[in-house]
Design a protein around this ligand. Structure first.
Ligand code: AMP
Length: 289
């Protein structure tokens, strides 16, 4: 399945994408993670992206599209993937559609996770990430006094807060979401791809809703028609051609026959008239005798 998770920052896209990864073995493609990694490695894409990320703005489309194009070419995406944080505006959505159209593998579903803003701000403030594996946690999800550590490996380092998860940047990111990303809701709804779930619940509940929405999406899809073998199609076309030619020949022959029939009829009628008039003349003679 090729899935897009749509939602404001802090709506739980990352957490739910990781759960889909565990459940279905599909790779999670998070442009945020890819950009952070590019920044950390100091790649040309990373150097271009850093200032925009620090300011809570969108990174330039050509940078993000370059990163996505490279990632979608990786063999692990052949069975599908979960896009998390991409696309984030209409230009990206259209570019993605063109990319997928070119390889004949369009999106299967777009799921919008709706969470009230108050909740989003609380979640972002409590969000912590494992710097080694990128697993996302929230301080609000653990009982008070209990340490929050990455559960993906005993030797994983302590969790950290993302530099752009501060109050000023968060409000900018939410503005950007409203202006640039929200229009994608209508865009995908218009294509019949959008499913909306209430994301304001415990992670397990949201996962159950998400999976139900995905099942609904795949059920709603028409099964692709089975391809007919090419050779048969050709044979049919040929046969059609032949029978057309035959029909044309038949029509010509029929027309000829009917023309001949008409002339023959006229000839026959004339000879009958001749015979009748001769006989009547003979009869008149006999009568006159
Ligand atoms: P995220 O981890 O998805 O919240 O993304 C963190 C930051 O990375 C965003 O605030 C943007 O600056 C940048 N970013 C991530 N995805 C995109 C995208 N699709 N287009 C532009 N910028 C992005």
């Amino acid at each position: 399945m090729r899935i897009v998770l749509l939602g404001a920052p802090g709506s739980g896209k990352g957490t739910q994408a990781q759960r889909l990864v565990q459940r279905f073995g599909l790779p999670q493609i998070s442009t945020g993670d890819l950009l952070r990694s590019a920044v950390a490695r100091g790649t040309p894409y990373g150097m271009q992206a850093k200032a925009a990320m620090d300011a809570g703005l969108l990174v330039a489309d050509d940078v993000v599209l370059g990163i996505i194009r490279e990632r979608l070419a990786d063999p692990d995406t052949a069975r599908g993937y979960v896009l998390d944080g991409f696309p984030r505006n209409l230009a990206q959505a259209r570019a993605l559609a063109r990319m997928l159209e070119a390889i004949g593998k369009p999106l299967d579903a777009v799921v919008l996770m709706e969470v009230p803003y108050q909740q989003i701000v609380r979640r972002i403030a409590g969000r912590r990430t494992c710097p080694q594996c990128g697993a996302v946690y929230n301080v609000h999800d653990v009982p008070e006094g209990q340490p929050l550590r990455c559960t993906q490996g005993a030797n994983h380092p302590p969790l950290v807060q993302r530099p752009d998860d501060n109050e000023a940047t968060v409000s900018r990111r939410l503005e950007v979401y409203e202006k640039s990303t929200r229009p994608l809701i209508d865009h995908y709804a218009g294509q019949g791809l959008l499913r909306t779930i209430d994301g304001d619940a415990q992670a397990d509940t949201v996962t159950a809703r998400l999976i139900a929405a995905l099942v609904q999406s795949t059920r709603g899809k028409a099964k692709p028609k089975a391809k007919k073998p090419r050779v048969k199609v050709r044979a049919k076309v040929k046969a059609k051609g032949k029978s057309k030619a035959k029909a044309r020949a038949k029509t010509r022959a029929g027309a000829k026959r009917s023309r001949a029939g008409k002339t023959g009829g006229r000839k026959r009628a004339a000879s009958v008239r001749k015979r009748t008039s001769r006989a009547s003349r003979r009869g008149a003679g006999r009568r006159g005798r």
